[in-house]
Design a protein around this ligand. Structure first.
Ligand SMILES: *Cc1c(COP(=O)(O)O)cnc(C)c1O
Length: 461
């Protein structure tokens, strides 16, 4: 009887057998096994064979300062010598207190609730919003609004406010879908409609929906300024300002999902800070969801920040009026120390200013890509660049990803949207490698582009 030679199999082969990979049709791995990464060095990943791969998507949008960033490593190591983890019900510790105080000072939202991943942060914000209305005597306000193309994670509650059909369809019977309103992403504008008119039409749609449904609506959830999983769709801050005003007018919470765009990604510490209210000050959401960059991409941690008003709705002698949600690893001390090291780095190294210089340089280097004859739409904000490629080949993204790996680049287009979302620490040589490798990859992939009649391609992030 033949037994599989497990011990001599490559890491990729053992992974294919034993690990069920995320966001992956496992059968596809038969032909394209996963790359085995053995080391990280700054923005680079190094595989088993010693190939160097530039992590141009920040390992699924989480990494800020590269792999093995010393201040984070040192903070975690120091914390390991003191306290690794303790439950957070009835107990507390310095790292979680300090992190909560600092996030409150940065956002004006002084109450922080923790979980371990982005989808759980979405769940918490949704539950907290509806429960707070119930505690305030408005139990009918328990429905949600999301935006077309919005993405907020893949647990059942988060999927119900996520508008990515490929991720959602199989689970439709399990979900209570939210209302989905038009996205201000100008790529959805009708022919002959400019950005301003498109934004105004989306605001109008929101105004009409709220006028009719405010009594049953708890919250509007959105990704401020950039809809990541929709292919880095970028929209005007004026939509956010208008959404804030409309939510206030109709007693509906605004949940800003900053999981992907927080921590400097869009040029400001948080994306919603680019939207101003009538008083000329940045708008204040009722909830902010944070994860991904929160720990610099090193440890899983998420946080939901909220206001005194929401907090007060739970403050009561009755246990059932409390927010009784919990996760075992809530407020993990190691992860909180990593997050504190991230905040220290923003303060000490003037990260936002440094990023402006880096972004200008990368935009300049990327001009040949922007001017490429097969690029239909180009957009850039902070440390995110995206180009829509003129192709209807549904295999474009998967083929691009594979060819790019051979060119020493980790890039995963979403549908026909090619994007860079790199760590903030690229050198001039890294940037040149990124742009040159991308151009070469694009030529190679387009050269054997199949001609497809129509229809959307697979959009795996
Ligand atoms: C990644 C992401 C999530 C989900 O976070 P996970 O940690 O993957 O569960 C939610 N919202 C946005 C905007 C994201 O980009």
């Amino acid at each position: 009887m033949a037994t599989p030679p497990v011990l001599t199999a490559s890491l990729a082969e053992r992974s294919r057998r034993a690990v069920w990979h995320p966001c992956t049709q496992m059968k596809a791995l038969d032909d394209f096994p996963p790359r085995a990464i053995v080391r990280g060095e700054g923005p680079w990943l190094i595989d088993e064979q010693g190939h160097r791969i530039l992590d141009a998507v920040s390992s699924w949008w989480v990494n800020l300062f590269g792999h093995g960033f010393a201040p984070i490593t040192e903070a975690i190591t120091d914390q390991l010598g003191k306290l690794d983890h303790t439950m957070l019900a009835g107990l507390t510790h310095e790292p979680v207190v300090a992190l909560s105080e600092r996030l409150g000072a940065l956002t004006g939202l002084g109450h922080a609730f923790y979980a371990s991943d982005g989808a759980s942060a979405t769940e918490i914000a949704l539950k907290m919003s509806a429960h707070s209305w119930r505690n305030r005597g408005l139990p009918g306000k328990h429905r949600f609004i999301g935006l077309q193309g919005g993405y907020h994670g893949e647990t059942a509650g988060a999927l119900s406010v996520t508008d990515i059909p490929l991720f959602r369809e199989a689970y439709a019977p399990l979900l209570r879908l939210s209302a989905t309103l038009p996205s201000p992403d100008p790529r959805h504008a009708l022919e002959g409609v400019n950005l301003e008119q498109h934004t105004a039409a989306c605001v109008q749609a929101l105004a009409e929906h709220l006028a009719e449904h405010h009594a049953s609506t708890a919250a509007l959830i959105l990704e401020p300024l950039v809809q990541g999983a929709a292919g880095m769709g970028m929209y005007s801050p004026s939509y956010l300002s208008a959404a804030r005003a409309l939510c206030d007018q109709h007693q509906v919470h605004l949940i800003c999902d900053e999981i992907a765009v927080g921590f400097g990604r869009t040029g400001t510490m948080f994306a919603h800070q680019q939207a101003l209210g009538a008083d000329g000050q940045p708008i204040r959401p009722d909830f902010i969801c944070l994860s991904k960059g929160l720990t610099g991409g090193v440890l899983p941690l998420s946080a939901v920040l909220t206001t005194d008003e929401v907090y007060a709705a739970f403050w009561d002698d009755r246990t059932a009026h409390g927010f009784l949600h919990s996760h075992s690893y809530t407020g993990n001390a190691l992860a909180c120390r990593a997050a504190l090291a991230v905040l220290d780095t923003f303060e000490n190294d003037d990260v936002l200013v440094r990023n402006r210089t880096a972004a200008l340089r990368l935009s300049t280097l990327a001009e040949p890509l922007t001017r490429h004859p097969r690029v239909k739409a180009h957009r850039h904000l902070g440390m995110i660049w995206a180009w829509d490629i003129d192709t209807t080949d549904p295999t474009f993204a998967a083929r691009f990803h594979r060819v790019a790996l051979d060119a020493g680049l980790l890039l995963r287009p979403i549908g026909n949207s090619l994007y860079f979302m790199p760590p903030y620490v690229l050198s001039e040589a890294d940037m040149q490698h990124l742009v040159e490798g991308t151009l070469r990859t694009l030529e190679q992939v387009l050269a054997c582009d199949a001609v497809w009649p129509s229809g959307p391609g697979e959009r795996l992030a």
